[in-house]
Each structure stands twice: as structure tokens, then as C-alpha cells.
Design a protein around this ligand. Structure first.
Ligand SMILES: [Zn+2]
Length: 269
């Protein structure tokens, strides 16, 4: 089965992972800009990272027959320093025309702090000004519900932001409905330890339908599984979902959303 991995931090993964993803039917991988696991000390660190995401990583993926796309931003974990964030945000426009850049992401909140919220607003402004798609990271565990509400408020308050051009990622049972009700897309992240298990993700699909929903592994430098999406597709098959319904969630839905960028092209299309 073919699939798209719409959220993976491939700079942290090995070539074995690329090979296994390609073998499992992956056609394209999309990499939001993220925290490196440690705080970068200057805007220059982000400049190099944006070069890595737009120049080096697409070439590495191509060696395994995979298309590589990315999203650019400063992530919420490094958004406490508003001055640093402003300097990083100022770097982004010159990268937006690069062929594999899909939009602004993963922006959002981590601890729901005032500074994080300020930096979120600056990046929503950036996306609106340059007419970019938006990919949003929502906080974990006890901060998720409040954080998701705050994020939706920021997005709804900006009349220039069209909800169908926004994906809110890492939704769970208590946040998926408010995202879909807002007209936005929802991403379900499949993690071995936290976030969603395949069973919980499939339960949500069975409850809320399969419109404007996608699955991703969000694999990074921590405990995560780059094959979580095809493994969940297999689990759907075991639970009696039809092939066309599975392909919709793992391939057609991400393709439909990402095509709005004007840049998301797969080889045979
Ligand atoms: Zn991520």
C-alpha cells in the first residue's frame, strides 16, 4: 500500500529508516521544523537547520526514492526568548520560495506561556502575510486541552486564515472534535509511549469519520516509530476497514491537504 508520512523529523533518523519506509510503500515524507532536543544558541543555528531541511535532506531522501518536503518556523519549545524568535522569524521569508517548503510549522504551544503565545501570533501573522499553509503542534497531556483552545482562538481571530488550510496535529479524543468543528484538519500522532496508539487512532476514525483527518508518526530523535503509519494501516485492515478507506486516510487525505501549498507533487501525478 502506498502512503504519505506527513510529519517526520528525518534529520534525526538513519538511512535504514528511509529504506524501511520506502519498502513499506512511503512515497513522500514531510518534515516540520522542530526542536533539536537542545536549545540552539543563535539565529545562525536555525539558518543552518533551514538549509538542511530545504537543501540536504531532500537529496538524502531522493536516494531512497522518496520525495521530501518541509515546513519552517521556530518551535514553541524555543519560543520563550521572544527576541531570538523574532530574529529567526525574520530569516524565514527568504526560504519560503524553495521548492520543497509547504508552509509554516510546526508552530503552536508547549507550556501555554505568554511568550509562546506571542511567538505563535507572530508566526500566524507570517503565514497570513505570505499566504502559507499552517501546521500546528499542540501541547502534551494536561496542557493539551487548554493549549488547543488558545491556539484555535488565535487562528479564528485572524480573518485572513482559512480553516481548511490549517492542520492541528497531535489531536486526542478530547480535542479532535473542536478542531474538526472549526473547519480545520486534524492529525493523529502514533507514538509507542505517549500520544495515540493505533487502536485509539482507529477508534477516533470510526467515531468521527475520515474527512480532514490524517495519521503520522512524528518520528524524531526520541522514542518513536517511523513505520507507525503503515502499521496502523495494517491494523485498520485487521479491523475490517476497506482498502479504499485505508488509502484515503494514509494517502489521499494528506495529499489533498498538502496540494493546497501548490508545491506538493508526487512523481506519477
Ligand atoms: Zn513534530
Amino acid at each position: 500500500m502506498r502512503y504519505i508520512e506527513p510529519h517526520a523529523h528525518m534529520v534525526s533518523r538513519t538511512t535504514d529508516d528511509y529504506q524501511r519506509m520506502a519498502l513499506a510503500g512511503c512515497e513522500a515524507v514531510c518534515e516540520p521544523a522542530f526542536w533539536a532536543g537542545f536549545d540552539r544558541s543563535s539565529p545562525a543555528g536555525f539558518y543552518d537547520y533551514f538549509c538542511q531541511l530545504t537543501e540536504h535532506e531532500p537529496k538524502r531522501a531522493a536516494k531512497f526514492g522518496l520525495k521530501h518536503f518541509c515546513w519552517l518556523c521556530i518551535n514553541s519549545k524555543e519560543a520563550e526568548d521572544v527576541k531570538l524568535a523574532e530574529e529567526v522569524i525574520a530569516l524565514i521569508p527568504k526560504f519560503l520560495n524553495r521548492p520543497n517548503v509547504l508552509g509554516i510549522g510546526e508552530i503552536g504551544l508547549n507550556k501555554n506561556s505568554r511568550n509562546e503565545l506571542r511567538v505563535l501570533e507572530l508566526q500566524v501573522e507570517l503565514a497570513a502575510k505570505f499566504n502559507q499553509l499552517i501546521l500546528v503542534h499542540t501541547p502534551h497531556l494536561e496542557d493539551k486541552l487548554k493549549g488547543t483552545r488558545l491556539i484555535l482562538d488565535v487562528l479564528k481571530n485572524d480573518q485572513r486564515i482559512r480553516p481548511e488550510r490549517v492542520i492541528i496535529d497531535h489531536v486526542e479524543e478530547h480535542t479532535v472534535e473542536m478542531v474538526l468543528d472549526a473547519g480545520m484538519w486534524a492529525g493523529m500522532t502514533l507514538y509507542p509511549e505517549t500520544k495515540c496508539t493505533p487502536a485509539r487512532a482507529i477508534d477516533m476514525l470510526e467515531t468521527y469519520g475520515n474527512e480532514r483527518l490524517w495519521l503520522n508518526s512524528a518520528c524524531d530523535w526520541g522514542v518513536s516509530d517511523p513505520l507507525a503509519v503503515p502499521k496502523t494501516a495494517l491494523e485498520m485492515k485487521k479491523r475490517g476497514h476497506r482498502t479504499t478507506a485505508i488509502e484515503k486516510v494514509v494517502f489521499s487525505n494528506p495529499k489533498r491537504f498538502l496540494k493546497q501549498s501548490g508545491k506538493f507533487e508526487l512523481p506519477e501525478n
